[in-house]
Ligand binder design. Structure first.
Ligand code: ADP
Ligand code: MG
Length: 376
């Protein structure tokens, strides 16, 4: 299929911060962008050419998107996969609705990861109450996770005993879940891969991710792991993209265990919070890759230009009256880059902004990044 070139109109389902950064990348290249998002104040809408302010399954809005856009993508993994399949009948859609559907469901996701030959934590798929009436000791102590709609640690319950696991399952209303063995994590890392059509694959440098309360707090690149282990994470990400016949940007989260082995945690069918650093520190960033993949272009080079640390800023850093953090010191730091998402309302736990600090090595970048956070 012919490549889609600027100033073609591109469409995106979802207008959050990932959509905003996608729009900025696409607009810089000269594309026009239509955003579908039900929120009148969606962060991506500010920069989009067209904002379809409607539900993600709104038939009329989807028809407009299909008619007016040369290609459509998503920034939001809980987008209706059927809506994506419908759009694919009349316009180019990537990633496919089928791939998005897999990433939306922890049961399908884990079985695909295993099918691709990659390890997951030991887990039990629980689709009905009978499924949890088995010997649970291989998965305990564990985490019960809802199969669908979990993010930032939501929809998860930590359980120690079989009784606790069964009670927690009942408490979640009997919806489909996975019970996953709690692993002793040395580190968490992620690898973000871009696969295009015609099939070519490029992986970004591996990011080391530090979470607080189940939410990403800091990403450190290069990850402080052996080069062999980083190469293995990149290889796993490629293998997964191949197995899924994936087109687009795919984020793969990993656990590093005490024996330096890797376990795949989960995947996201889109750019990822842990890849925001690519905007400031890589030859091509993850949003440019998303544009390239959806337009039938080959991936750009992913080389890291500088060690970098990304820090997420949640609504907790905003004042109770909604006042902005004190940006003065951060804005004057010559090696820091602020990205604020323009969200109207700050709430605790809500991702509002991030910044990246570039330095000669990750230790310096981390020290400076943390010192800057203390000034906000
Ligand atoms: P979410 O979709 O909310 O990101 P995750 O499955 O990635 O859900 O879990 C969030 C965080 O919880 C992980 O980044 C990790 O820190 C911790 N976690 C999840 N599963 C396990 C596990 N099996 N063992 C140890 N820690 C885990
Ligand atoms: Mg996660």
């Amino acid at each position: 299929m012919a490549a889609i070139l600027p100033p073609a109109m591109l469409g995106i389902l979802g207008g959050g911060q990932l959509g905003r950064m996608f729009v900025t990348a696409a607009k810089r290249m000269g594309y026009r962008v239509t955003v579908l998002d039900p929120d009148a104040n969606a962060p991506a809408a500010e920069f989009a050419d067209v904002h379809l302010c409607a539900a993600f399954d709104d038939a009329e809005a989807l028809a407009t998107l299909a008619r007016s856009c040369a290609a459509v993508t998503t920034e939001f993994e809980n987008v209706n996969a059927d809506a994506m399949r419908l759009l694919a009948k009349t316009t180019r859609v990537s990633p496919s609705g089928d791939c998005v559907a897999i990433a939306q469901d922890r049961i399908a996701e884990k079985s695909w990861i295993n099918k691709a030959g990659l390890p997951t934590a030991p887990y039990l798929a629980i689709e009905s109450v009978e499924d949890i009436q088995v010997e649970l000791s291989p998965y305990l102590p564990g985490i019960l996770k809802t199969a669908r709609l979990g993010y930032d640690g939501k929809g998860q319950v930590r359980v120690k005993t079989a009784d606790e696991a069964r009670a927690a399952y009942a408490n979640l209303g009997g919806q489909a879940c996975v019970l996953e063995k709690m692993l002793d994590l040395k580190l968490e890392v992620s690898a973000i891969v871009t696969r295009t059509s015609p099939a070519q694959v490029a992986v970004f440098p591996v990011s080391e991710n530090i979470h607080k309360n189940g939410i990403l707090d800091e990403s450190i690149v290069p990850a402080r792991i052996a080069p062999k282990l980083a190469a293995c994470a990149q290889q796993y990400a490629k293998q997964l993209a191949e197995a899924l016949d994936y087109v687009g940007v795919l984020a793969v989260e990993f656990f590093v265990l005490g024996d330096d082995s890797l376990v795949v945690n989960e995947i996201a069918p889109r750019p990822h919070n842990s890849g925001h650093y690519t905007i400031d520190a890589c030859v091509t960033d993850q949003y440019q890759q998303q544009v390239r993949a959806m337009c039938g272009l080959l991936p750009g080079k992913t080389d890291l230009l500088s060690p970098v640390v990304m820090v997420n800023l949640l609504g907790d850093v905003w004042g109770e009256d909604g006042s902005e953090p004190n940006w003065a010191v951060l804005m004057e730091a010559p090696n820091a880059h602020l990205h604020s998402y323009g969200k109207k309302q700050a709430r605790p736990g809500r991702k509002m902004a991030h910044y990246c600090v570039l330095a000669a090595n990750v230790d310096d970048a981390l020290e400076q990044a943390r010192a800057l956070k203390d000034t906000l």
